[in-house]
Design a protein around this ligand. Structure first.
Ligand SMILES: [Zn+2]
Length: 100
């Protein structure tokens, strides 16, 4: 469990790019809690930005989607592997809105 958590943390951090700080905590049910924070927004003294989502792969995807949107809106021009998923993230957002 611990090994897979730190492995996931490393992988998520690599995908999220240099501006992100990724932490994965364990919840009460031993579920993963994904937290992605923006180092730039913290450093500039803005309201601290972070995406915090519980759950397995769905939680990870939801947190990463929010991070992708944050990067593309607030830090255009930043290079990060996860930006390759921007179209997919927009598609998921669109589908969620359709369902509501
Ligand atoms: Zn930011």
């Amino acid at each position: 469990m611990t090994a897979s958590r730190s492995a996931r943390e490393r992988q998520a951090a690599a995908e999220a790019g240099p501006l992100a700080t990724v932490k994965i905590d364990l919840g009460e049910q031993q579920e993963f809690l994904y937290k992605i924070s923006c180092t730039t927004c913290v450093a500039k003294g803005h309201r601290k930005w972070s995406a915090y989502r519980p759950g397995g792969d769905n939680g990870f995807m939801a947190a990463m989607d929010r991070w992708i949107f944050h990067l593309s809106e607030k830090h255009p021009g930043t290079e990060a592997p996860c930006l390759a998923y921007l179209p997919a993230a927009q598609q998921r957002l669109h589908e969620r809105r359709e369902q509501q």
